[in-house]
Design a protein around this ligand. Structure first.
Ligand code: VGL
Ligand code: ZN
Length: 199
């Protein structure tokens, strides 16, 4: 199991943190936890994937053009950069999504690597069967990525201590976690993941 596992960090970008264009309450609270997951996965020589929302300035995803969101994560801007304290290793595989001006692309599985390879293909190429998923936001991109991963036949563990949600409606994050576990995702904290993967 161990060698078939990878870490997938969803959208830990400045615009989703306090002060950003679409701040997730306590969004930056995931950073220290994710850094501990990163260290651990590196120590086990397991691969690390990080997705980023990477929108054009004009997209139907944004309120001004018919969508529901304030502008955020416009590609190449400061708001689209990963949080400065997120310790991504040099060899992390970056997945960009939301580049099409007519799509939301909540799921990282709608994104591609820097070489244009879809996430599902990139995972399959290196034999990954289980992914550990944390980041932002629980009720949008984390949820859709986890559900897509399960549809692709991957085993999924949600890193429950390293996710935060938007909660446009109170309870959205809790409902999202219920939907993910109902679909087959496991839920773990950092101590549990370290114990499971160090075996
Ligand atoms: C996200 C809303 C809009 C996310 C992205 O990363 O969860 N949420 N775009
Ligand atoms: Zn977005």
């Amino acid at each position: 199991m161990k060698t078939n596992s990878a870490l997938l960090i969803i959208d830990v970008q400045n615009d989703f943190c306090p002060g950003g264009g679409l701040p997730v309450p306590e969004g930056d609270a995931v950073v220290p936890l994710l850094n501990r997951y990163i260290e651990f996965f590196r120590s086990q020589a397991l691969p690390i994937f990080a997705s980023r929302d990477w929108h054009p300035a004009t997209t139907t995803h944004f309120r001004d053009y018919g969508g529901i969101w304030p502008a955020h994560c416009v590609r190449e801007t400061e708001g689209a950069r990963f949080h400065p304290e997120l310790g991504l290793p040099y060899d992390a595989i970056i997945i960009s999504k939301g580049k099409d001006p007519s799509r939301d692309d909540y799921s990282a599985f709608q994104g591609v690597t820097e070489n244009g390879v879809p996430l599902s293909v990139a995972l399959k190429e290196i034999g990954i069967r289980r992914i550990y998923v944390g980041g932002l936001a629980t009720d949008y991109c984390v949820k859709e990525s986890v559900l897509d991963a399960l549809r692709h036949g991957l085993s999924v563990t949600l890193l429950e201590d390293a996710v935060r949600g938007v909660d446009l409606n109170p309870g959205d994050s809790e409902r999202a976690i219920n939907a993910m576990t109902a679909a087959g995702a496991a839920c773990m904290t950092v101590d549990q993941v370290e114990a499971e993967l160090a075996r």
